[in-house]
Design a protein around this ligand. Sequence first.
Ligand code: NDP
Length: 295
Amino acid sequence: MSTKKTRLQRQATRELRVGLIGDPVAHSFSPRLQQAALDALNIPARYELWHTPASELLRRVHSLCSSDCLGANVTIPHKQAILPLLDKIDPLAANIGAVNTIVHRDDYLHGYNTDAPGLLHALAEHGIGTLKADNQVDLTGYTVILLGAGGAARGAAFGLVSAGIARLIILNRHLERAQLLMHELQRYYTCPIFSLNDSTFLVPNSKSVIINATSVGLHEDASPLPVEDLARFDADTFVYDMIYNPAQTRLLTQARLLGMRTANGISMLLHQGALAFTLWTNQPAPLEVMRAALL
Ligand code: NDP
C-alpha cells in the first residue's frame, strides 16, 4: 500500500466526524458499514449516530458546518425536510425530493441521494442491467413493477427510469400516491409509466423485475403481492425486496418457490453506503470490506 498521505489524512489535526441523522437511529447498520471502510483506508474519522428529533434538525444541520465534519447520512423521518436546510442539492436528489447523504465541501453543505443509484448498482451486481465505464447502470429493455410509492419507491422510480428501463408500473395501496409519482416522473422522462392499486390488472412481460419498496414484510409475515398474481410472471422474473431484516420476506420465499431469482435489500444498503463514502472522502469505497462488515 502507498505511504503517500491522502488529503483527508493530511488535513486531520483532530479526528474527523461523519454520522447518521435520524429518529430513530439505534437500529442502523451504517456505523459498522462506514467505520469498517474508514478504518480500512486509514481515514482518521468516526462514524457516529446522531439521534435527531424534528425539533433539533436545524441545529444538527448547523453542526455539520464544523471544520472536522465530513458530512452525514440522513434517514427517516428527515430525508425530505432537510432539503431546504442545505446550500446545494444535486439534480437527482432535487427531482426525487429526498436527500440521504450530505457532504461538507468548501464550506457548503451539498445534498445527494445515493439510495437511487445504490439500488441500480445492487441490481447490476445481481445480473440485472450492466454497470458502464462511467459508473452508470443501463437497464435497457427491462419492465419494472415497483411495489410502493413512498420515499424509497420515489428514489427507485427516478433511478430506474433514468437507467433506461422499457416500462415502469407503480403498484401502490393508495392509488393517488402512485399517480402523483407517475405524473412527476413524466415531467422528466418519456418512458411509459403506469399506476395501479390492484395487482390483478398486472400484465406480465418478459424481462420483468419486481421490486418491493413497501414496508410490507418488515414487521409481519405478509407479502405486498398476492401469490396468485406473482405466479403469473415467468420463472425468469427477478424479485428484489428492499427489506433486508428479515433477510427472507414472504415475497422472496414465494418467488423462490416459483423458481424466480431473488435478492434482499442488503445489496442496496451496501451500495448506497459505498457511494456516500466516496462522496465524503473522494476515494473508491472498499466494497468487500464493507460487505464483510454487514455479514
Ligand atoms: P414509506 O413510509 O415512505 O412508504 C411506505 C410504503 O409502503 C408506501 O408505499 C405504503 O403505501 C406502503 N405500505 C405500508 N403499509 C402497507 C400495507 N399494510 N399494505 C400495503 N402497502 C403498505 O417508507 P420508505 O419508502 O422509506 O421505506 C419502504 C421500505 O423500504 C422499508 O421497508 C424500508 O426499510 C426499505 N428501505 C430499504 C433501503 C435499503 O437500503 N435496502 C433503503 C430505504 C428503504 P401507501 O402509500 O398506500 O401508504
